[in-house]
Ligand binder design. Structure first.
Ligand SMILES: [Zn+2]
Length: 305
């Protein structure tokens, strides 16, 4: 304080860059803020992984987020979902509404980057295809944060049909997986399915095609693995939208949080895939690992809600 009681002048003059939430990201040579602001990304599934991915995409500058989930918030979500509050759980609010409100707390209207728009669809992806086809037609990229194989297959097929990328994330306990499928890629989520997954799918549908009632036990999950897997999903989205696809994950990225390791499984198109059935199936290889006679098994992790 000086003799008049005034505080000393600041040592650092705050300039315009200090008011820009994306100032540090813009220092990355590949970061394309206008492309991100012009993009629409659908986050399908607003459980723990969807919460974290939506948060990352909003803070990272994606202009429009389409939030899709039919469920409501419960107390068990609060230990892993950064956007939900105890009030949301007490009121059993729809996850899409609670997530949108949580995102608005992070980026109030009128604050830069301007134009962040949130669209909520309180439905399954299958129902959204029936009721909101026009909204889905505007999506530039889908992110699956789901806990079932069937909805993932629907998303995979939708992305292939729309010729847009699909980023799939899943978690079980301290393990996680991320798969990036692009229109120019040679494999998709369905290519990763094995006989076990197909048996699970058959269990969920009757012979006539209707859905059967199957009670699936909750999978273990904790917040730190959610953050890691969501971060990888979001980073691949940023790469895709900023058109730096040469550095994209290929195959399936597996994370073992207990060991603190990750490995990528390269995939060949599966002859049993309805999209890539004409492709030639080849052996699976793990980068940096010694191949075995059988090759590593592929296991799809259930997502965390
Ligand atoms: Zn495929």
């Amino acid at each position: 304080m000086d003799a008049q009681g005034n505080p000393p002048p600041p040592l650092v003059v705050v300039g315009a860059a200090d008011d820009d939430p994306l100032a540090r990201a813009r220092l990355l040579p590949w970061f394309d803020a206008p492309a991100l602001a012009d993009s629409t990304v659908a986050v399908v599934g607003l459980g723990a992984l969807g919460n974290e991915v939506a948060k990352d995409l909003l803070l990272g500058g994606v202009g429009t987020l389409l939030l899709i989930d039919p469920d409501t918030v419960v107390g068990a979500n609060l230990g892993r979902c950064c956007l939900f509050t105890p009030q949301d759980a007490a009121a059993r609010r729809r996850k899409v509404d609670a997530a949108a409100e949580g995102l608005r707390r992070l980026r109030p209207a009128g604050r830069p980057p301007a134009g962040a728009q949130l669209i909520v669809l309180p439905s399954t992806i299958e129902q959204a295809l029936e009721d909101h086809r026009e909204q889905l037609a505007k999506v530039d990229l889908f992110v699956g944060c789901l806990d079932g194989i069937g909805p993932r297959l629907t998303l995979c097929a939708l992305a292939i049909h729309r010729q847009v990328p699909y980023v799939d994330g899943g978690i079980e306990g301290l393990r996680g997986r991320v798969q990036v499928s692009t229109p120019r890629g040679s494999t998709c989520y369905e290519c990763t399915l094995n006989a076990t997954h197909r048996a699970v799918i058959e269990q969920h549908y009757r012979c006539g095609g209707g859905a059967a009632t199957v009670v699936t036990p909750a999978v273990p999950a904790e917040v730190s693995t959610v953050a890691v897997v969501a971060g990888v999903c979001a980073r691949e989205v940023f790469k895709l939208l900023c058109k730096v696809e040469e550095t994209l994950l290929s195959g399936v990225w597996y994370y073992d949080g207990w060991a603190g390791t990750a490995q990528t499984l390269d995939l060949a198109p599966s002859p049993s895939c309805s999209t890539h059935g004409s492709g030639e199936a080849g052996p699976l290889t793990v980068r940096g690992a010694r191949p075995t006679a059988e090759g590593p098994s592929i296991e799809v992790r259930e997502g965390t809600r």
